[in-house]
Design a protein around this ligand. Sequence first.
Ligand code: HDE
Length: 698
Amino acid sequence: MTKPPKTPSAPMQTIVGDGGETHQTAATPETRITSNHGVPVSDNQNSLKAGGRGPTLLEDFVLREKIQHFDHERIPERIVHARGSAAHGYFELTDSLAEFTRAKVLTEVGARTEVFVRFSTVAGGAGSVDTPRDVRGFAVKLYTKEGNWDLVGNNIPVFFIQDAIKFPDLIHAVKMEADRGYPQAASAHDTFWDFIGLMPESTHMIMWAMSDRTIPRSLRMIEGFGVHTFRLLNDQDEATFVKFHWRPKLGTQSTCWDEAVKIAGADPDYHRRDLYEAIDSGAFPEWELSVQLLSQAEADALPFDILDATKLIPEELYPLRVVGRMVLDRNPDNFFAETEQVAFLPSNLPPGIDVSEDPLLQGRLFSYQDTQLSRLGTVNFHQLPINQAKGCPFQNMQRDGQMQTQVFKGRANYEPNSLAEAGEDGGPREDPKGGYRSFAQPMEETKVRLRSETFADHYSQARLFYRSQTEIEQAHMATALVFELSKCVFEHVRLRVLGNLRNVDESLAQRVADGLAMKLPAKSAAAAEPQDMDLSPALRIVGKYPQTLEGRAVGVLVTDGADGAVVAAVKKAVEAAGGAVKIIAPKIGGVKLKGGDLLAVDGQLAGTPSVLFDAVALVLSEAGCAELLGEGAATDFVKNAFGHLKAIAFTAEAKPLLDKSGVETDPGVVDLAEGAKAFIAPAATRQWAREPKVRLLA
Ligand code: HDE
């Protein structure tokens, strides 16, 4: 019998046993680590080596399995909408649409349908920041009783292009430039504006993209739109056109551009964290689902084509009918398994909801199924828990494929079959009555590659959007255009966009030209002469959102020696109004208040700038204030709060810091001697009247 060889002695040192790692609990047969195949692992700290100093042995299957699995942890990120954040919740129908549809999710009042919602930016990679100027994706998976319904929308009701065949070009143009690999998550560069200038159909979407809608304050404060016109089909298979809208309970709210840029540095996960923390704290975000319904005759009477995704239907013409509400009340347990692996398909539709012939939607019906194959790697991606139909069984004769997790029994893998006659299970059958039926749209056309003439008007709705905005919003749009075009190196690119803008509104084009210090070029030729439409105030956001502290956060800057009673009064008033309070101080360990009490601190001043709050209060001691006068983070805290049009409350001791930070008195600058309650109304909104004093707008 051969004896096991002794560990060969190393010339310098022999390492045996563990390296001093601490394990807080001892493993039991139930809690011990195993390999992927169930073999218990004895040592998770040391690989198997020839002696303490190696080399490592190929035989170490525990090491190999662990490393190999790690090597393959990433899957391809989404080609667009790569960066996203998601949550679980439910949809509850409040008004039946039974007259128009047989989809149970839209006819059973009071019934709750589980949902999973993923919000996203479009252009940046999965690791990019949350606050670039970008469209936000708003993808809702409703696990209905009749199969999954994916309403894969955006926070803007129109789109850049009219035909799916242009999508790869649009995305190539907006993403990082091909040779240099930048800019990341930004449309402000030559290739994007080159494409836009050459695609007048994008002008309406550009108006929205340059508005404050693309720099949202929170994912809880964005609208969602189905964008395309869909059809509802009732029991008699009669069709009604429908547009879907999600409206946030907290109102549509945005940041300031300068603020969004600074948030990107202060907290790249600003929106993800905000959503997670809100749900975690029980402040569940909520949206109303509304529809606009139109008959074929009503659609025909509109001055634009409802199959054209660059057009919206003004609410003033077809009011929104509220039919339900959606509440997000649970965070994902695992980001990868849920948020990353969720696969939305615009082709996921329950019986009673049908597509239209919108050429953009038609392309999407192919793209999403296809993209999952490269992202998730198998036709069986519908079996992943997050993608599975939950409201009903799913069964058919589709079999096998990579990562098949279902174990099918019996021989019935084809249909029709008569196996039941021999006493075997024959499997599921088609259901002509309850199954999905498409609208019987009459068709007799010539095969062409053409754009319908009814899609030719590219400017009327761009004009409608711009002219319907408040003055403040118009100034922001003009300023955003100046910013973006200033980042374009090619003069001809800027000129072409300016020529297009003249078709939208001459004064807008002039403002942008002035902001660029360029001469206005000739107006571009328009495929159809733009028309003046009745203004739609519903398209504004300023002045529309509720003046409330709900969903808002107030940062209270406190120093040693500050008056605890004032801090408590501010906290009480803010919380009573539905807001959240965070205490900010120079040091994270706590603040020693006047009288000696220790106040817990949520954020250290240098790492918690005022851009992270909707309003701020300065509760300082005289000595604390004197010290902060020499701290750039403190003056930035105040200066930025003022510049970003936020309410600022202060104690008398904080006055020198206000002065040093250039704060001028206005109704949003509140002396706490007037009582904490005086701070609440200004804190519930932005101080728009202050803007001309702090910023030169185009
Ligand atoms: Fe998408 N889009 N898209 N899109 N889209 C994707 O699908 C595509 C469009 C939207 O959180 C991809 O699973 C084409 C309009 C959202 O997972 C891809 C066209 C609207 C999301 C794709 C469009 C959207 C996507 C990438 C032109 C608003 C994120 C990964 C015909 C109504 C969903 C994936 C999520 C994702 C293709 C245009 C919204 C490549 C070809 C219009 C919210 O399939």
